[in-house]
Write a protein that binds this ligand. Structure first.
Ligand code: ZN
Ligand code: FE
Ligand code: FE
Ligand code: ZN
Length: 265
């Protein structure tokens, strides 16, 4: 297995150095890992209420940290990824920044809806005041927009709107189907993200129905623990691998300098 979604202490809400994450990966026998720490929102002129990303001046240090690891491990190959928020209106800025950067892959994630950090436990109470049907619709429409920008190789925790267990009254089947279709149309990869198991919702991202629909449409998948501490690298990966195989996946997507390569699962 590969773990393509690792954070570091630079984002201010995770712990551990890249070396410590790598040590876990070696211990549990992963063949490849990728760091995808939170891209500095300051570079997109966005200031969240709580600091949840690295600072603009840290980006180069982050890249240098990971560069060093690549020579450090003969056992695990190490990729340089990044997790970037899709914030409508920042497309132009993002395009310029990505043209200059040198990532192996870019994970596009949605953590903010109109300034609400809906994935942050501190603001989870707000779900109670929301129309959940409308909320899910808004969320999935943003996911589709993110895919259509073409900026993202992988969409992160693609149904993270379920994180705190708030579900809409109406069925979300049509959102899942449409999500698979948009991923396929835009040739965007997604991830099996195991972090949801440790969130109140208690299940992986995404819903199994989306795994099935995406496979049927030829969408490629990668895997990530969304580790925010070295002890979380590869969490629940035995189960994740079993699930992917059960659904019918036989390959995982890897990325080098933003070009995709499929490896056997
Ligand atoms: Zn995070
Ligand atoms: Fe995220
Ligand atoms: Fe993450
Ligand atoms: Zn994340």
């Amino acid at each position: 297995m590969i773990d393509y979604h690792l954070h570091t202490s630079r984002c201010c809400h995770a712990e551990g150095t890249p070396e410590e994450y790598l040590a876990t990966a070696e211990k549990i026998g992963l063949r490849e890992i990728g760091f995808a720490d939170h891209f500095p929102l300051g570079l997109l002129n966005y200031t969240p209420r709580v600091q949840v990303t690295m600072l603009p001046e840290e980006l180069d240090l982050y890249l240098a940290d990971i560069e060093k690891l690549n020579v450090a491990s003969p056992l695990v190959s190490v990729k340089t990824g990044i997790e970037i928020d899709y914030l409508p209106g920042t497309e132009e800025k993002l395009e310029q920044l990505l043209a200059r950067a040198n990532f192996d892959y870019v994970i596009g994630s949605i953590h903010f809806l109109d300034g609400w950090d809906f994935t942050h436990p501190v603001y989870a109470e707000s779900y109670r005041e929301r129309d959940l049907d409308a909320l899910y619709e808004t969320y999935f429409e943003l996911v589709w927009s993110a895919c259509r920008t073409g900026f993202f190789d992988i969409i992160g925790h693609i149904d993270v709107i379920k994180k705190f267990g708030y579900r809409p009254h109406c069925s979300i089947d049509h959102y899942l189907r449409e999500t698979a279709r948009v991923l396929a149309d835009t040739d965007t990869c997604f991830e099996l993200n195991t972090a949801g198991r440790d969130a109140p919702v208690g299940e992986f991202y995404p819903d199994r129905r989306l795994l099935e629909e995406a496979l049927a449409q030829g969408v490629t998948i990668t895997a990530g623990s969304d580790a925010h501490g070295p002890g979380q690298v590869g969490r629940y990966f035995d189960e994740a691998e079993k699930l992917l195989r059960e659904v019918g996946y036989r390959e995982l997507a890897t990325f080098t300098k933003r070009s995709k390569n499929l490896i056997p699962l």
